[in-house]
Each structure stands twice: as structure tokens, then as C-alpha cells.
Design a protein around this ligand. Structure first.
Ligand code: MTE
Length: 344
């Protein structure tokens, strides 16, 4: 990312305050005997699966009515980490969404009026079924589940986010991709009236934002389409109404506010490699052994970070998801693919 190096002292005092509030709230919850219920909130619909309760929100359910109804049926999904989730206050105020500005709080500040309903998603390219669909038709056939994933940004900060959504593979299969479908290309909304940076002459990157996955990566069980966090609809700044989450790759692969999904024969050119192919590659798997020119990748700042805790932890290959994904890259030199633009 081209923004200045994010340092500990870049965390704004308002964020530190909200962290204090978070801990006060936790203490209160403990005192009230509510134990480990996340963020002091009830579990959705009172549902639990096995031992694990899952994350919910204190706010009333938001989003269109059909989504609110579906959100009441969320169940805990597979592959969730047991690490503590980053408080919602951080997840929703420390963001990268360049369409709304390059500062970490710009997306929350500038996306308040972003209209995400109605929303359409076009499915195109190498598949039997293609067309433009209302978001409801995209989401409705799928059971919503919660996946608590680590999110590792190439800027060397990380969070743990309880996403709500469904496996990308389940959606892709519905459109019956054909044998030419070697890659999947994703596109973010282009609407300069709503997304101020898209209309700026000084835009940091080209728009619309484009991302892509190889078809086997897209079909991997971890690749996830999220429509919410913390049991509620996706906040605008996090990529409402629907975004990708690929937890073994650097965060920039997890494209927000998707309006188009296309099956392609050729590897799509993606936003950050178009912007700077020496720094950003297509695969961009989290790799502590290959440093970005501006950010070392062997450690990361796990948010929330406070004045008293720097929370620096070791970065894991594939962000700790190697068991599920490493076999897809056997025989590939990932350092090379990470750093350079290579067509295969
Ligand atoms: N998607 C779009 N359309 N525009 C962006 O600027 N930023 C990416 C990714 N998806 C981005 C995007 C980057 S760099 C990161 S780290 C993650 O979103 C951040 O997601 P979060 O703000 O929900 O933490």
C-alpha cells in the first residue's frame, strides 16, 4: 500500500479510548456473571454449537429485511480460530478501503451514506449460467455461518475477525463453470459519486478495484464470501454488502463491495500489481520469509494495540492456514510469485 508506514504511535487516541471502554465493558460483563459472551452480547438466537458460542452484536440487526432474517440463522462454521476476536470498534474503524480515502479512519468517516441496497452482482465468463442477479438471489440459497479468521495486511498489522457469510465455492458451483474457467476475477463497484477517491485526479490506484484467484484457490474451503461481521450486516467501511475473505493471503486480496464475478481463461490483472508489480504479486500468500520493500513480514502488530501492549507476534506461513492451502502451491517458488508479475 502506498500509505506511510503504520506505526504504533499512529493509533489514534480515540481508538485507545474505545479499547478502554471495551475492557470496562468486559469487566462489567464478568461482574454480571455473563462469562465469555463476546463483546457483552447475547449469542444469535440463543444458538450454540458444541462448546463454542459465537460473536454477535449489541446493535439491532441492520441491512435489508431478508438479510436480517438470515442473520438470525447464523451458525458457527468450521476453521474458526480460538484466538480472541479484535473488538468491533477496531474492525470497523481501522480500515483499508481506498475508494473512501487512504487514511485508516477515512472509510468509516466517508462511507456513511454509501447505498448498498438494492445491490446487483453480475456473474460472467466461462460458465453455463451467467447473468445479473439481485444480492438476495446470490445469498439466499446459502446457509450463513460464522468464521473467525485471522486477517493479515501486508502493512504488517493483523486482526481476528468474526465474519458472517458462506463458502465462495458453494456460490461458484451454482453457475457451473466450464473447463476454460481457470481463474475468477472480482470487481468492486465503480461509482465516483459515492466513492469520492474514484473521482479524484490524485487517486492512489486505478478503479474499479480488481482482484482474482486461481480457480482451485477460489474453490478452496477457506475462501469465503462475507455479508457481515460480529453477527450483523457488513458495515460499509468493511465492504458492504458482500466481500471476499481469503485468510491465507495478504488482506488486499480480500476485495470489498463486489459487483462482478467473472470466470476467465487468463489470469486477471489485479489492482495492486497494476499499480506496482515490483511490490505486489498475484498470489500474495502470507509469507514471513519474503519482505515487502517497506514492511518486514516476519512479525505483525496484532490489533488492538495499546500504549501498554505492543502485541507484536510472529507471522505464520499462509497466515497459519497452511494445512488447508499449502498443497495448492507445491512446486511453485512463492517468493518469486509474490514479488513479480508472472503469467502462467
Ligand atoms: N477492497 C477495495 N475495493 N478497496 C480497497 O482499498 N483494501 C484491501 C482489502 N479490500 C481494499 C479492498 C486491503 S489493503 C485490506 S488490508 C483489506 O481490504 C482490509 O479490510 P478491512 O478494512 O475490513 O480490515
Amino acid at each position: 500500500m502506498l500509505i506511510k508506514r503504520a506505526r504504533a504511535d499512529d493509533i489514534r487516541s480515540s481508538e485507545i479510548t474505545s479499547e478502554t471502554v471495551f475492557h470496562q465493558r468486559r469487566k462489567m460483563i464478568k461482574a454480571m456473571g455473563l462469562g465469555a459472551v463476546a463483546l457483552g452480547t447475547p449469542v444469535i438466537g440463543g444458538a450454540t454449537s458444541g462448546e463454542r458460542q459465537f460473536y454477535s452484536t449489541q446493535a439491532p440487526l441492520s441491512g435489508p429485511v431478508w438479510l436480517q432474517n438470515k442473520l438470525k440463522t447464523v451458525t458457527p462454521g468450521q476453521y474458526s480460530t480460538q484466538e480472541s476476536a479484535t473488538p468491533f470498534e477496531y474492525v470497523s474503524t481501522y480500515n483499508n478501503f481506498y475508494e473512501f480515502g487512504t487514511g485508516k479512519t477515512d472509510p468509516a468517516d466517508n462511507s456513511r451514506n454509501f447505498v448498498t441496497d438494492p445491490w446487483k452482482v453480475e456473474v460472467a465468463g466461462e460458465a453455463e449460467l451467467t447473468g445479473t442477479y439481485n444480492l438476495e438471489d446470490i445469498v439466499k440459497p446459502h446457509m450463513l455461518e460464522e468464521r473467525v479468521y485471522r486477517l493479515r495486511c501486508v502493512e504488517a498489522w493483523s486482526m481476528v475477525v468474526p465474519w458472517v457469510g458462506f463458502p465462495l465455492a458453494d456460490l461458484l458451483k451454482r453457475f457451473e463453470p466450464n473447463s476454460n474457467a481457470k481463474y475468477v476475477r472480482f470487481e468492486t463497484l465503480h461509482d465516483p459519486e459515492q466513492m469520492p477517491a474514484q473521482g479524484s485526479r490524485f487517486a492512489a490506484i486505478d478503479y474499479p478495484y480488481i482482484e482474482g484467484l486461481r480457480i482451485d484457490e477460489a474453490m478452496n474451503e477457506l475462501a469465503f464470501l462475507a455479508v457481515g461481521v460480529y453477527g450483523n450486516a457488513m458495515p460499509n467501511q468493511n465492504g458492504a454488502p458482500i466481500r471476499l475473505v481469503v485468510p491465507w493471503k495478504y488482506g488486499f486480496k480480500s476485495i470489498k463491495s463486489i459487483v462482478k464475478i467473472e470466470f476467465t481463461k487468463r489470469r486477471p490483472k489485479t489492482t495492486w500489481e497494476i499499480s506496482n508489480s515490483r511490490e505486489y504479486g498475484f498470489y500474495a500468500n502470507v509469507n514471513p520469509a519474503v519482505h515487502h520493500p517497506r514492511w518486514r513480514q516476519d512479525t505483525e502488530r496484532r490489533l488492538p494495540q495499546t500504549l501498554f501492549s505492543r502485541s507484536r507476534i510472529a507471522t505464520q506461513p499462509f497466515n497459519g492456514y497452511g494445512e488447508q492451502v499449502a498443497s495448492m502451491y507445491e512446486g511453485m517458488d512463492l517468493s518469486r510469485y509474490y514479488l513479480s508479475l508472472i503469467h502462467i
